[in-house]
Write a protein that binds this ligand. Sequence first.
Ligand code: TD3
Ligand code: ZN
Length: 314
Amino acid sequence: MPYVNTKTILEKANRGYYAVPALNINNLEFLQAIIDAGVEEKSPLIIETSEGAMKYAGNGDYNRGAKLFVLMVRAFADNIDIPVSLHVDHGKDFKILMAAIKAGYSSIMIDASEYPFEKNMEETKKMVEIAHSVGVSVEAELGRLVGIEDNVVVESHEAALVDPQEAKLFVEETGVDFLAPAIGTSHGAFKFKGEARLDFDRLKQVKDLTGVPLVLHGASSVPEDIKKLAEEYGADFKGAKGVPSEILTESVKYGINKVNTDTDLRMAFIASLREYLAKNPGEFDPRKYFKTPKELVKNIVKDRLRLLGCSNKA
Ligand code: TD3
Ligand code: ZN
């Protein structure tokens, strides 16, 4: 049961009332840490890459990057007993989505959320038709995330949140497999100025009206101990704040099945790397200085798998 599409993983999660984290990677080391965590927890895994990650991995060429990620993920997935999917995160460029499908990604997100509702629906429907014809699952987004989406600043206002009636129509019309409704989260390490709060009423309504697996973007928790460790070794993460664990647990109760997590992994890696380099100024072997950062990323992922209820669900 190795390399599967994300729909397979999420429909089971939807029936079982748990969520699976979708974990972003840009390179080999984060993938190794995530795979180890999944195997140790006997959990399904969703690996995702942004369009930027594909360009990065291919040294500017997203075609090459997409091929590389498929080979890397399959090299692990084909030899372990947990289901693993590879998903494009926030796909906005038709050419990059097609490159991913051609390279062998099992899942994509078409993010046309910056367009008016009708155009979002049209773009999504088109991608669903193409992707489904080759067994690739599709995610779309409704409403806008406040904050930053792949370096584009998105303004914060109530109108940016999902409209539940629109969500119903959108799912019916497009045939999308799972949906990301904007309910008040944002990307990055600075999510809330005051108290962390999500619009659970909206979430419940979207779930009732659509029934499909739902996705929470911008779901990193920015754990206090990671932030402290990084700051102890010179980082400046003043004001960093994530989605608290209790809020994640609650959102799973109301129908979230995919929990996108990138920032927490990045922060854990850099915190540990800073500590290691400060303590080992003479070290220059990457296999050594990446060892503790990978361990810490693995532990952060294991914490998430347990929190979201997907341990032992492989
Ligand atoms: O789509 N993503 C990952 C990429 C966002 C840029 O970091 C998420 O929704 C996860 O967001 P985060 O920042 O909370 O990990
Ligand atoms: Zn996102």
